[in-house]
Design a protein around this ligand. Structure first.
Ligand SMILES: [Zn+2]
Length: 386
């Protein structure tokens, strides 16, 4: 990748500045050559009367404004990779959309400044790296550069690198807080629409977790129907299996679960009962695991993180078993005691034994002292594998 360092003045960059009040974004500069807010950029967030004013004050006082990065997109055109917020603040000031407060506490618009101060702002140099390179190069470079302000997250970076028609359409669907479906989706998806978390899930699901490849492949598509259809399939499938929404459903790996289980048949009424039963079970520590546990046919207990016996219980049961075993001259592991091998009379230490449910949890056995027995580690493991 090539990055040329050059300087523009504030006047040059703000020439032809257009600000979209409705969407709150700066659009163009450099006499139309510069796109200030390409589709991958987040909206203008400096318009708080502090950050935006600070940018203008910096120009007035010759304070450094930092480095800017432009991406050369061909035909002498470019777009802002980094610096969008600062340029928009300057543009809004120069075009009379923003006032600063002077030393006497009076709001001052650009037009009310002295010619000398106006000139000072317009002639302020901006240090710009103009970058040209392949997608991959720009992505790598983008990930290394320390972006000022709120750093772009992973999906925002990918949107930047693969910007084009596809990203524009995808964002209109999945990054649009006005989309009436967002409410429904938010039951299953974590994060924020405007930080691209929904778009990231949609891409992750349709691409089977190969987002980058998918975006690269579809970059110039004027159509997102494959992604949209797949996304809606996943969402509809969740709703058809689990008829009630639980807060723990939010943020699960629904794409993977759909791929693994969508060909299996479920009885939603039965599933609902299973969910309720597990939610009411005080020994289930991980409610997020309930859904995959049910989808998988209620086999993998590890997903539920079943509450285990505490140390005091284990010690009590160990003492009781060991005392009885000493009286009967047998091993304190009841399974060893029944055997015919060398361990028949072996007295295990507490550290050599594990706690076991006499009646398995999956068969309704409680994690209580009455249902606890200590087994030597070998026998406990053998029992656990059944
Ligand atoms: Zn044993």
């Amino acid at each position: 990748m090539e990055a040329k360092l050059r300087t523009y003045t504030v006047g040059e960059v703000c020439d032809g500045f257009v600000y979209n009040e409705l969407e709150g974004k700066g659009l163009y500069g450099l006499s139309g050559r510069l796109t200030i807010q390409p589709e991958y950029q987040r909206n203008y967030i400096y318009a708080d009367g502090k950050k935006d004013v600070a940018v203008v004050q910096s120009a007035l006082h010759h304070y450094p404004l930092g480095v800017f990065y432009f991406n050369m997109t061909g035909g002498n055109r470019c777009e802002v990779l980094d610096g969008q917020q600062r340029i928009t603040s300057l543009g809004r000031f120069v075009t009379g959309k923003l006032a600063i407060i002077d030393d006497n506490g009076i709001p001052q618009y650009f037009s009310s400044l002295s010619t000398e101060l106006q000139e000072r702002i317009l002639k302020t140099p901006l240090l710009v790296y103009e970058c040209e390179g392949t997608e991959d190069e720009i992505r790598k470079w983008f990930e290394t550069v320390n972006i000022a302000g709120v750093p772009l997250n992973h999906q925002e970076l990918l949107n930047a690198v693969y910007s084009g028609e596809f990203v524009t359409l995808a964002k209109a669907e999945f990054s649009n807080s006005q989309n009436a479906n967002v409410q429904k989706w938010s039951h299953f998806i974590n994060g924020a629409v405007n930080r691209q978390d929904y778009l990231e899930r949609a891409l992750e699901w349709v691409s089977k977790d190969h987002i980058k490849e998918y975006m690269s492949q579809h970059r110039h598509d004027a159509d997102i129907s494959e992604m949209k259809t797949y996304f809606n399939c996943v969402i509809d499938w969740i709703g058809s299996v689990f008829i009630e929404v639980e807060s723990e459903m939010r943020g699960l790996e629904w794409g993977r679960l759909y791929e693994t289980y969508h060909n299996k048949a479920y009885n939603p009424a039965e599933v609902k009962q299973q969910v309720n039963k597990l939610y009411g079970d005080p020994y289930v520590k991980n409610r997020k695991g309930v859904f995959e546990y049910i989808l998988g046919g209620c086999k993998d207990k590890r997903l539920l993180d079943i509450r285990i016996f505490d140390e005091a219980t284990k010690r009590k049961v160990y003492q009781r078993q060991t005392a009885e075993a000493a009286l009967n001259d047998t091993s304190n592991c009841p399974l060893c005691a029944m055997g015919h091998e060398a361990n028949r009379k072996k007295m295990w230490k507490l550290a050599e034994m594990d706690a076991d449910h006499v009646t398995a949890w999956s068969k309704g056995g409680e994690t209580s002292i009455e249902n606890c027995q200590m087994l030597c580690k070998t026998h406990n493991r053998a029992k656990g594998n059944r």
